[in-house]
Write a protein that binds this ligand. Sequence first.
Ligand code: ZN
Length: 551
Amino acid sequence: MSSKKLLHYCPLLIACCLLFFTSCKFRQKAELIIHHAKIYTVDGKFSVAEAMAINDGKIIAIGTNDDILKQYESDSITDAKGKAVFPGFNDAHAHFVGYAMSLLTVNLVDTKSWEEVMEKCSAFAKTLPAGTWLTGRGWDQNDWVAKAFPDNTKLNELFPDRPVMITRVDGHAAMANAKALELAGIKPGDRLTGGDIVVANGKLTGLLIDNAVDLVSSKIPAPDLAQAKKALLLAQENCFAVGLTSLHDCGLDFGTVEQIEALQKSGELKMRMNIMLSDAKANYDYAFKRGKIKTDYLNVGSFKVYADGALGSRGASLLQPYSDKPAWSGFLLSKPEHFDSVASIIYAKGWQMCTHAIGDSGNRTILNIYAKYLKGKNDLRWRIEHAQVINENDFHFFGGNSIIPSVQPTHGTSDMYWAGDRLGPVRVKGAYAYQQLLKENNWIPLGTDFPVEDISTFKTFFAAVVRQDAKGFPAGGYQMENALTREQTLRGMTIWAAKASFEEKQKGSLEKGKFADFIILDTDLISCDTAVILKAKVLATYSAGKKVYGK
Ligand SMILES: [Zn+2]
């Protein structure tokens, strides 16, 4: 090559070198890059991105593959191979601690025989320290070939030294072994009101009915700290496996809040939790003295109040009698004056009020009280939990005062078998009316109420969109005028759930500056056939940019 030619090429060479060096020099370091994904950002426009870069637990950039891969480099680069990425799910109404504690007991739901119950107890006992209580729940002799109540002969044989009590599915009967009966001081011939200690041939059978159950259950010690911790971490694992990175625990006492706080501070509990304090004087005293708690993992700024009971047991408070129980309308759990007085205190202190209301009377009572204090402006984001049966004349309260309906789609598909019997054909139209409630408030947080319902996020998505249960019942869906769109449902499980605890600026969507809490799914829930929603699986769950579930 002549020197003239070299000179000619020189500027181009210099430019190439410059580009090479600048691109190396100025590619920023990221801790993690996810690329070739279909990222549903769930931002205001519901836009879809391809890649994102993460540092210090937060998203530092999100955009196209070109944008991100040219600007960032990382030792940890994940090719999502076109899979759907969502913000981590946030269950807006759950009982995480209650669920965790249930994991310390043996689950006997759907057992087919007493022999199977015994097998499950034996297997579970192997996980327990010697001599400690074995408890469980869920057996139902009506499901068995032999429908007579069993006795404790086999339990006594299997567990001579370990106290055991296993409760029937409805909680109104239990079987206790001889060791448990001995610890409770129960003898043949003992009597009590509102309960029965069943005896056969002068001997205790172990069967306890109603109030007799409490004689034994009151002797079961609360789990110690080590057990509680084990249970909470196991519950967390199960949550990560279904894509939950955040949840709302609806009603805990302050002592439990402090335990959770300690586990979060030690880094063991990574679940982000919004905890509602239960409606009890000690909790109000604690809360107003300490003030609201806000860390990256813990948010405490609300109270959980109960207006009424449940529809299934006819404890929900209705404006008119139950259609399947004339002259019975259920009842409020406290006088309206109680709800008014706590609303007044909570309002004055600037906290959030979240009230469980199921029946149309329970809802109307609370809606009126909320409206009295909020006066059309809900800066405190007061919520109605469940908002399950709303009188047609009361929907306007939600829109008029921006009251947040916090609903659980699987309640609709669980209750649909008998909700019409309880409510009749007219009232039932105002039940599980999620789309109608959404139209009022313009946003609606979604949850499950686990462990009352299954923890599955996919069942929630399916129930909200398709309004069928896992068996595909009913064909065509239940009261489909109240189905939510897939976009609405995803928002309800992410950004609206975050908004329901004032955390929409930190999480709930995948945008620059927000927590890198996200999930990679094997199924794109936004575009897939509805038939495969329930088969969807979480491939990986990330919290603060760290993989907490998946290979
Ligand atoms: Zn609940």
